[in-house]
Ligand binder design. Structure first.
Ligand SMILES: Cc1cc2nc3c(=O)[nH]c(=O)nc-3n(C[C@H](O)[C@H](O)[C@H](O)COP(=O)(O)O)c2cc1C
Length: 486
């Protein structure tokens, strides 16, 4: 399996192709120091044998924010050193922090924009990136990732909305790339040629008049020319379309671009795979082999393997999937992908982040702060001798399913649904013994079954199947023949 094969990135050898991209945890206090809970979160990914662990956005400066890790001065280094050491002791996973510069935001909805920055302010940002990258090396990290995505400073310079009219002129691609070029050069000078420096930026801004794939391909080319060691792509997450909640600072994932950044359950799987494929094709065509990380609703090992086999990505980024089950790689390597707890993209984690609350997963047992560890003792859940008793009925145009609670400790139930003769896919995970399907379309036949799972990811056998023929409504009553299309 290509997924489980190593990849060398500038002296750093990843044991496999799975990456957990940066995900804010809100586990640090407002002081920004690494604490035991932060270490525990990243240790779980190492125990799960994730190839590359990217530590959540970590500030390079002292600007106020909610709970957020920092590397803005030397006092933060010992905590990060402990984090890197614990991860290295636990596995051959590699770990890099994502370093970020952001501008000020206020509860009134006001936000500082990049045209307010003087040339001295910009010089300071360049120095702060270089100093934080040097601290990352000093702390024993395997590399560093420059956050040039979403609503933050470097991304705002790359944006088609960049309002500057000086050397960083937003009207030209060269002007938009200038700050990143300066930051990359300064970082490289400080950390040396042999320290991996990755970048995260947007394949598409996903806002009105924002840039799209053609610019992203060329931005990637310049980043490759500047010597970045890997490219991690994201989409959206901008302030321009953020929805302001009174009394709260703007959160850049509340608008449409936020939906695109963390696509919810109503999006198809792999919505951004073709973006990564196009960027990779473009830079490879220009002679650069910089590895590209594809991200966005990837959770099925077969999908991940296909992306690699088809040359559409070099590395597979999974944020929410690895949050829900950090043992994804280990279970796959042990031939137990059936025991993976599959993310349902309900975005409870996103809502917690938005409200500055500890980021946890809806699928974890209630009240827990970290993903549960596998417990090999005892048997997994199983149905009683009478079976699951799955029953379905149509009420008010919805399919309602009910079933019996199986034996054993239960963390939840996966609902599998097949449409007509199609493959049965997990469409939802629930915690109680009932489910309502609001998306069944009249005129189609659906079949359902349920599997219970415990907090170790052990699944029960499938329940009995139920098949429901959704009646076709009277279409002539819905759309009378004489209706006009004025
Ligand atoms: C709770 C949460 C926090 C996130 N924090 C960051 C972050 O600090 N830096 C970043 O570049 N992306 C961040 N992201 C975006 C993810 O890295 C990822 O791009 C996105 O969730 C889509 O990938 P997925 O479908 O595999 O979850 C965050 C996402 C979530 C859900």
């Amino acid at each position: 399996m290509k997924l489980l094969s190593p990849l060398r990135i500038n002296g750093m050898t990843l044991p496999n192709r799975a990456v957990v991209p940066a995900m804010v945890t809100r586990l640090s206090g407002e002081d920004g120091y690494v604490n035991a809970a932060v270490i525990e979160r990243y240790l779980r990914y190492a125990e799960g044998r994730v190839g590359l662990i990217v530590v959540e956005a970590t500030a390079i400066h002292g600007n106020k924010s909610g709970p957020l890790l920092r590397l803005s001065d030397a006092s933060f280094v010992p905590g990060h050193r402990e984090l890197a050491r614990r991860v290295h002791d636990a596995s051959d996973s590699k770990i890099v922090p994502q370093i970020i510069h952001f501008l000020k935001v206020a509860r009134s909805g006001w936000r500082q924009r990049i045209d307010s920055l003087s040339s001295a302010d910009i010089d300071l940002i360049v120095d702060q990136f270089a100093a934080a990258a040097a601290r990352a090396r000093e702390a024993g990290y395997d590399g560093v990732e420059l956050h040039s995505a979403h609503a933050y400073t470097l991304s705002s310079f790359l944006s088609r909305h960049n309002p500057r009219r000086d050397a960083y002129d937003g009207r030209t691609l060269e002007g938009r790339l200038r700050l990143f070029g300066r930051v990359m050069a300064a970082v490289r000078r400080r950390v040396g040629a042999d320290f991996p420096v990755g970048v995260r930026f947007l394949a598409e801004e996903a806002i009105k008049d924002g840039y799209a794939l053609p610019d992203a391909e060329r931005i990637a080319l310049r980043m490759a020319q500047l010597g970045v060691d890997y490219i991690s792509l994201s989409v959206g997450g901008k302030f321009e379309d953020a929805i302001h909640k009174p009394g709260q600072p703007l959160y850049p994932y509340t608008g449409y671009s936020g939906d695109r950044c963390m696509p919810g359950d109503w999006y198809p799987a792999l919505p951004h795979a073709e973006h990564a494929a196009a960027v990779k094709r473009y830079i490879n065509g220009k002679g650069y082999q910089v590895p590209v990380i594809s991200v966005g609703k990837i959770s099925d090992p077969a999908d991940a393997e296909r992306l690699l086999a088809e040359g559409k990505a070099d590395l597979i980024g999974m944020a929410r999937q690895l949050l829900s089950d950090p043992d994804w790689v280990r279970k796959l390597a042990e031939g137990r992908s059936d025991a993976i707890i599959r993310c349902i993209y309900c975005n409870v984690c996103k809502q917690l982040d938005e409200n500055f609350k500890l980021v946890t997963c809806f699928l974890w047992p209630k009240g827990t702060v970290q993903a549960p560890r596998e417990d090999a003792s005892g048997a997994g859940p199983d149905w009683d001798a009478d079976g699951a008793g799955l029953a379905g009925e149509i009420r008010d145009g919805r399919v309602r399913l009910t079933w019996c609670k199986p034996r054993g400790e239960i963390a939840g139930y996966d609902i599998h649904r097949a449409e007509e003769d199609g493959e049965a896919l997990v469409v939802e995970a629930v915690k109680s013994t009932k489910f309502t399907d609001r998306l069944a379309l009249g005129g189609l036949r659906y079949s359902y079954y349920v599997r219970a799972y415990d907090s170790s990811g052990r699944h029960s056998p499938p329940s009995n199947r139920v098949t429901i023929d959704m009646p076709l409504p009277d279409l002539s009553a819905i759309a009378p023949a004489e209706s006009s299309h004025a």
